[in-house]
Write a protein that binds this ligand. Structure first.
Ligand code: DGL
Length: 275
């Protein structure tokens, strides 16, 4: 990226954040983006608070050093476990003018408008579910909504290893769907509370009754970012707009390029990074 470009940083533990980036490219096509996938240390979902916080802070600092003024944690696990500490404790020391935003709050703001039965399901990683971020945030905005969470520890590895269209993959997908519906048959809306999961959408839909709406976060987060940039013109002017995108991975470049090209449906080049 040319040095006078100030791209918006998009971070995920691996490929999941591409489902968010994909919507950013549709909603904000003129902006520059840098995508960083920490594929070498993915998944984050089963790791402790301290580890996810350390890894996420390293990624944010890396993106800042590449010129990003604004970083989106396109990862629920990082948003649940690291966002608040980074915003409250680290940013004031690193650079109080830079910003880091997550994906949970915008998703929660939408969810209350979508459910009629007021029974909402959340599929997430073990880390996101244990953090209770969704129930806590939903309770603040919509106290009458009942939230039922289901941790799906096998789903991210299914995506990262491209095993989700297989019989074995379907077994794990169905198992978590059956679990959540058994626990609350009144659920009418389920949020995919992990940015990897929209890649499983087709398979999930096969096992979910038609009357249950399945919500992906990409569009919601993209609209929320667009709105944020309108409400914060001082940040908007600091984000460069040349429609340039760069990709970085902490793992093998060739497998990142192959999978990310497939997920985004565009041919791309990535670079390896270690930090
Ligand atoms: N995409 C991340 C999330 O939204 C992933 C999880 C992981 O690395 O386990 O939670």
């Amino acid at each position: 990226m040319n040095n006078n470009r100030q791209a918006i940083g998009v971070f995920d533990s691996g490929y999941g954040g591409l489902t968010i980036l994909n919507e950013f490219l549709k909603e904000l096509p003129e902006y520059d983006f840098i995508y960083l996938g920490d594929n070498a240390r993915s998944p984050y979902g089963t790791r402790s608070y301290d580890v996810v916080y350390d890894y996420t802070l390293q990624a944010v600092e890396q993106l800042f050093s590449m010129g990003c003024e604004l970083v989106i944690l396109a990862c629920n696990t990082a948003s649940a476990k690291a966002l608040r500490t980074i915003q409250q404790c680290d940013l004031p020391k690193i650079n109080p003018n830079k910003r880091v935003l997550g994906v949970i709050r915008p998703s929660v703001e939408e969810i209350g408008l979508l459910t009629e039965s007021k029974h909402v399901g959340v599929f997430g990683t073990v880390g996101t579910v244990r953090s209770n971020s969704y129930p806590l945030e939903i309770k603040k905005l919509f106290p009458d909504i009942k939230v039922i969470q289901e941790a799906c520890p096998m789903w991210v590895p299914l995506v990262e290893n491209n095993e989700f269209h297989t019989e074995g993959g379907r077994y794990f997908i169905k198992k978590n769907i059956d679990n959540i519906l058994k626990r609350d048959p009144e659920i009418d809306t389920i949020i995919l509370g992990c940015t990897h999961y929209p890649l499983l959408r087709e398979e999930i839909r096969k096992f979910l009754p038609d009357n249950i709406q399945l919500i992906s976060q990409g569009e919601i987060v993209a609209n929320s970012l667009k709105d944020y940039l309108v409400r914060h013109p001082e940040m908007d002017v600091r984000c460069s707009k040349n429609s340039a995108i760069e990709f970085f991975t902490t793992e093998f470049v060739d497998s990142f390029e192959e999978k990310a090209s497939r997920f985004l449906n565009l041919s791309l080049r990535a670079r390896h990074i270690s930090y």
